[in-house]
Write a protein that binds this ligand. Structure first.
Ligand code: NAD
Length: 339
């Protein structure tokens, strides 16, 4: 992205379901106060399946992301085991969002068991157990196919090493279960090794997923950048969110074909607190900060990031998930005041 000063950038916004519209409103307010030159193109999750996407996401909303190449997404609810195609899977497949990047950093002033978490998980986002290839073989027996391809594995490994190099990181750990999943995870590792050879300045290691989980909860500071297939990434990234205080705090960003960047909070639509002005907007705000850094709006990104950190660290306005009594709008106002 190259933006000259004074230029306004168009970005797609999916407020999403449940608490999504409340926390998206928070981002809009904070961006206004920080003077971020972004014009939002808002798209809502529909109520009818669009036959062109086979989901509630309209073709027009996907075209908006393809055109703008940058966007922010709130959580989207998916019924379990029935109904329409998952909205998140539709987005990943249609937009080729091949890597999900989730930084996890301890927040100063918010005490958890760990003070020194500073790691990034990079999850392959398009295949593995998430390929959606499931069928019933005979009654009482179902089968799910785990697909791993050389192309997708090389692409995510390349992204992980490139990320490490350009973000001053020192080590990439490939997380796997290749001792059992010899073919699939074996191919994933082979691809990671090939890419590692091109980056001699970045240390490379391989860690079996069960050992990785144990080490993460014993001493997360032993990790730097972790790259892994889809399902492991889904689980490990939530585990990492737990290390720093929960889902309300962790941002993420999806990297897609043609340089697309779609930032999104890690958490879901939180139906238990939706519409009550109780949600913590930090995860979506920090995701929006990732989006700003992608656009090289570093000045605004720094100001917003610092304002969020100060608000949490002061502790006067904390939402219920962090043990406080502040509402979504109280917290948002405090962040705006710090800006
Ligand atoms: P969830 O993340 O919505 O909620 C889990 C718990 O965390 C709840 O108690 C909730 O109140 C709390 N929580 C989550 N975000 C919070 C926030 N910002 N502030 C304060 N508390 C917060 O997970 P779930 O209940 O398993 O899923 C609900 C729906 O969300 C499902 O339909 C699921 O498919 C969907 N989902 C979507 C995404 C996504 O869009 N990326 C991710 C996960 C789940």
């Amino acid at each position: 992205f190259s933006t000259t000063s004074g230029e306004t950038v168009c970005a797609t916004l999916f407020p999403g379901d449940g608490i999504g519209p409340e926390i998206a409103e928070s981002v809009k307010q904070v961006f206004n106060v920080a003077g971020v030159p972004i014009e939002w193109e808002e798209h809502y999750v529909g109520t009818e399946v669009d036959p062109r996407t086979e989901s509630f996401l309209t073709w027009e909303s996907l075209e908006s992301v393809r055109r703008n190449k940058v966007g922010l997404k709130g959580p989207m609810a998916t019924p379990i085991g029935k109904g329409h195609r998952s909205l998140n899977l539709t987005l990943r497949k249609e937009l080729g969002l091949y890597a999900n990047v989730r930084p996890c950093n301890s927040l100063p002033g918010y005490k958890t068991r760990y003070d020194d978490v500073n790691l990034v998980t990079i999850r392959e986002n398009t295949e593995g157990e998430y390929s959606g290839l499931e069928h019933q073989v005979v009654r009482g027996v179902v089968e799910s196919l785990k697909i791993i391809t050389r192309q997708a594995s090389l692409r995510v490994a390349e992204y992980a090493f490139h990320y490490a190099k350009t973000n001053g990181r020192e080590r990439v750990s490939a997380i796997h279960k290749a001792n059992i999943m010899r073919k699939t995870d074996g191919l994933f590792l082979k691809c990671c090794r090939e890419v590692a050879e091109k980056y001699p300045e970045i240390a490379y290691e391989e860690v079996i997923i069960d050992n990785c989980c144990m080490t993460l909860v014993k001493n997360p500071s032993l990790f730097d950048v972790l790259v892994m297939p889809n399902l492991y990434g889904d689980i490990i990234s939530d585990l990492c969110a737990g290390l720093i205080g929960g889902l309300g705090l962790t941002p993420s960003c999806n990297i897609g074909e043609g340089g697309i960047c779609l930032a999104e909070a890690v958490h879901g639509s939180a139906p238990d607190i939706a519409g009550k002005n109780l949600a913590n907007p930090t995860a979506l705000l920090l995701s929006a900060v990732m989006m700003l850094r992608h656009l090289q709006f570093n000045n605004q990104a720094d100001r917003i990031h610092n304002a969020i950190l100060q608000t949490i660290s002061e502790g006067k306005f904390r939402t219920a998930d962090l043990g406080g009594k502040a509402s979504t709008s109280d917290f948002t106002k405090a962040v705006c005041d710090h800006i």
